[in-house]
Design a protein around this ligand. Sequence first.
Ligand code: NOJ
Length: 743
Amino acid sequence: MPRPPHVPIVLALAVALLAPLLAAGPARAASERIEALIARMTLEEKAGQLNFETADWSQDRGLYMSEETEDRLRRGLVGGLFNIHARGVARRAQEIATRETRLGIPVMLGYDVIHGYDTVFPMPIGQAAAFDLERVERSERIAAIEAIGDGVNMTFSPMLDTSRDPRWGRTAEGAGESTWWATEIGRARVRGFQTADPRDPTGIAACPKHLGANGASKGGLDYTAMEISERELREVHLPPFRALVDTALCFMAAFNTYDSVPVAANPFILRRILREEWGSDAMVMSDFGALSELERHGVAETDADAAEAGIRGGLQMDMASTFYLAELPGLVRAGRVPAALLDEAVRAVLTLKERMGLLDAPFARFEASEGRTETSPAPHRAEAQDFAERSLVLLKNEGDVLPFARSVRSVAVIGPHADAKFEMLGSWFGRGVFSRPVSLAAGLADLLGPGVDLRIVPVAAFEGATGDETRAAVTAARGADAVILAIGEAAGMSGEAASRTDIDLPGRQMDLVRAVLAEGRPTAAVVFGGRPVAMEALAAEAPAILKVWFPGTMGGTAVARLLFGDVEPLARMPVSTPRSVGQIPVHHDRLPSGRPAIKWPDVYSSNYLDRPTTPLFPFGHGLTWTRFEFGEPAVDVRRLTDDAPVSVTVPVRNAGDRPGTAMVQLYLRSRFAPISRPVMMFRAFERIRLAPGEAGTVRFRVSADQIAWWQAGDRFAAAPGPIDVMTGPSAGEVRTVRIDYMP
Ligand code: NOJ
């Protein structure tokens, strides 16, 4: 292949190395009508199919289509529209696309549906904490049904990035630090959005993101580099995407670079891995404006270079930069881009439209949602409440401060989250602002009734209380039967482009906490946040801590019910909580050290001088209203083969005086292998509900695929050797039984 002119050296190198992959290759099986359409399309119409542009929006008009947008649509220059959230506009766009263009090709109508649409569910990290796949799936089903009502037919979700740095604001959008759990959640979300049949008019097409390793962002920053080993890429970041190859119709390429090449133009990821190794024929969409960012990454000098790099790299649809529309026809005419490459991308876009049923029934989703009267009906809100209740993690409960007794006469609710409504939603709240989220104060008032003296002391700034606010807080807490500190991060402190260098409680919140704790009343801190907040001082000083993430539309009701014991805490931490940012990265599945930190302080071992290496709260941590004893794991046989899994049983006893549900977790480690393997990897969990004094047993099945590691290409396998099977209530408290893998 001739070296493409103007493409700078890094990219040219990547292109040269992967030259055999860059020819368009044999056309993937597409239907005859797609081939017939491609044969009739002009170069401009082809580039138009690859153009996914934003619909127009203004303060006074809301969402609309300008004359220019309508004109482009009519000329077949738009393949899809983004940020659709108004049925009339969506319908009009589909009418123009199907009835007023030369070829009548329908458009995709997209929106980011991340944790609900009108009804907002807990932030994804909170959903992950619920460890409940059925609820994840149901929440996406509801979100899809609500989104369809506004004309949406595809979404840029789920976000499957494994987060290794809680400074990264997008930790809030993912499933946490466990690749296995992110994989399970990804499957459930796609099922929820699409149902079993992506043509189902009550479903929307999912576009899992961000293919690559967005969660490995350096320094916790967005839009930048991930310079990690290929093993980490393959084992930690790609498996959730690999698992969706048979169901996802689309993947969104990550913004960041891998091996110094932005993923939007990275043939190693988008061609070699995705196409050649995985055999995926999903369409690849860019992230918002990613093509234009190639210039700032320094791998393209001009818009034309960027478009060429993208199409050669394997990026098929251009979200928001319009570079493909503007540049590809000229590049093909000039012979810089082979026509077959353009056809390959158009084929992928049309195949996606066909697979989601658009080519056959472009209005089916409008028809399926005809006559909708309510945007966030009561059953959806009930589901949101139920899910929120299951996402709350009881981190600490010294002296059984919680649950508070229902007989209380006075309750003080203090802090920036005391009566905040929209803060309940977190980032990516869809259309949820219009469905009136329930604040904590409202949830408490509703639960406790008018007979209880509810002393609400909102604090205006998340950075800390003023003197007056602190005095009011102390007065409210004085003599109160229960005190609730509603603190933590504001919704805008996590999410996209919301990274922080300090992930402790913001600003001077601890001053307020200390002033209130000094009153000596039964006090619980309710901590909001889209990441594991590194609350070292709070953990030492507050007797009870409930981590509530951003619990969504019904958050206030859910949190109130848990605080007063109407629901039991079932959630567990899907991420490790660092003691301070200096400990990052801290995650359960780290590689071993040649000199492990056995105790602290210690000399000449992998220790920090000023703090233990262990997290403040380990992965999987979460308390209940009772106390459980977890016994030694036992195995039925000691030999694990490829054909015969090992059965592991774990005895559990409720040693407290309240009924409760234990969550037993299973971690595995390949003890000796040709390469160093993580000290533990979360692989399964089981719940068991036990009455006070009751004992029971949970059972796991350990199979060889659970310990497999990346070998080469798409191949994962384990080598014979000893395996540690660890079970317990969290990654920080396990008991071990050893088995042998002998395939
Ligand atoms: C940028 C984000 O990275 C991506 O997740 C999102 O889907 C797009 N913007 C569109 O909003």
